[in-house]
Design a protein around this ligand. Structure first.
Ligand code: FAD
Ligand code: EPU
Length: 346
């Protein structure tokens, strides 16, 4: 009992809380219990209590990659560790440790304002720093793993704090151990990044080079501004149109299937992955399956980017899920390609 009172005071546990403000689809799901530990001490106290109660458990950052199909009858933990800490600076590279509860884009803004190169292509991605390693966020030719050094996490199995190096995280395209074999095992509390002081701009992706040369400039902040403007033109703002970014991953397709599709669509866009597979844009498959700009009730695909499913207001998580399954089935029927969800369904 003493322990419970302590936890409630230290972490401000909330009961029967609406998660509407904690997911960018704007779904009004409820959490039976919700807590935001702001340091390791609060987190460990909370977990002692959680162990005692044996409740279902969910970690949430800013909810920009989660779809709630129903209420969550358990404890939702929202890591609130703050801080941007310079750990090393050898004149060429800096090593920075950032709290899981920092907003990702605030951190990128800070890094680019310091003139540190490396994260500018990942500007304006919603979410918290602690969530970035989960799916190894990526955009415009850069993935988080390219700048990742290590992370600190609470290991729920060993019940202790651990440091995981890059090789231990198995980062891949939109994946890591945190989405696969170690799913649910770790609560990430801090992430460390290695950034360059020397110029190191990545301009290879699609329209970036042209837009950057038109805008002019040479600093990470200049490229950040170009990326922000490209993203603002293409993607819906969750504040006005609830969404979670790309709903599915871009599929890696077996070459035999790819060649079959190419018979009917000789200009199919693709990025070769290896001798046996090609990566096809899911947006293209969804468009060709007839789902671009399609709306059913309160749910639809975004007119200029059909990979993004939008809550036009008042949709339930179940409606969004059902809509996404219809897309998935149609793409599978038409192309024999089964789309894998990027969004985490709860
Ligand atoms: P949440 O949605 O809260 O959680 C995501 C997952 O991580 C959940 O499984 C959760 O349990 C787990 N998790 C969260 N925090 C922790 C933690 N501290 N420890 C352990 N597990 C944790 N993604 C890209 O990669 N590239 C893009 O370009 C991109 N663009 C987007 C654009 C829009 C408009 C939107 C809405 C989303 C976009 N996304 C993109 C997806 C999203 O921004 C990222 O996946 C982001 O990292 C999610 O962060 P979050 O804090 O909101 O995570
Ligand atoms: N396309 C169409 N029709 C459309 C839109 C796009 O056919 O209406 C095709 C085009 O061939 C286009 C291609 O899709 O060239 C790629 O489109 P885009 O550049 O918009 O990127 P994407 O592959 O759809 C990925 C990420 C985004 C990331 C961008 C930029 C995935 C699942 N999505 O989208 O990440 O911002 O590239 O790097 O890899 C996210 O993960 O939530 C996300 C938004």
């Amino acid at each position: 009992m003493q322990n419970e009172i302590e936890v409630l005071q230290m972490t401000d546990m909330q009961h029967d809380l609406s998660l509407k403000e904690f997911n960018t689809f704007g779904i009004d799901a409820r959490a039976a219990l919700f807590a935001r530990p702001e340091n390791l001490e609060q987190l460990t106290l909370l977990l002692e209590e959680y162990d005692h109660r044996q409740l279902p458990f969910l970690i949430i950052g800013e909810g920009s990659n989660i779809l709630f199909k129903s209420d969550f009858e358990g404890l939702v933990v929202n890591p609130g560790m703050k801080g941007i800490e310079l750990m090393e600076d050898n004149g060429q590279q800096v090593l920075i440790r950032v709290g899981a509860g920092e907003n990702w884009d605030n951190w990128v803004q800070h890094a680019t304002e310091q003139g540190w190169f490396g994260l500018e292509n990942l500007s304006l991605i919603p979410g918290s720093v602690g969530s970035a390693p989960i799916q190894n966020i990526g955009a415009y030719g850069v993935e988080m793993k390219d700048r990742f050094a290590w992370l600190d996490a609470w290991d729920l199995q060993q019940k202790q704090s651990v440091r995981l190096q890059k090789e231990e995280c198995s980062f891949r395209y939109r994946s890591s151990i945190f989405k696969t074999e170690a799913r649910g095992r770790y609560i990430i509390t801090h992430v460390a990044f290695r950034l360059n002081r020397a110029p190191d701009l990545k301009l290879g992706y699609g329209p970036v080079k042209e837009a950057f040369s038109l805008a002019g400039g040479s600093t990470p902040l200049d490229l950040r501004n170009v990326i922000i403007s490209i993203r603002n033109q293409k993607l819906p703002d969750p504040d006005t149109h609830g969404n979670a970014g790309s709903f599915f991953k871009n599929p890696l397709v077996d070459m035999t299937i790819f060649k079959c599709i190419r018979v009917d669509y000789p200009d199919i866009p693709n990025y070769p992955d290896s001798e046996n597979r090609a990566k096809i844009p899911a947006a293209w498959l969804i468009e060709k399956a007839g789902w671009k700009g399609k709306r059913m009730g309160n749910v639809g695909t975004w007119p200029s980017q059909p990979l993004v499913i939008v809550n036009y207001g008042g949709a339930t998580g179940q409606e969004i899920f059902d809509f996404s399954e219809q897309i998935r089935n149609d793409v599978d029927r038409k192309f024999s390609v089964y789309l894998e969800r990027e969004v985490n369904v709860v």
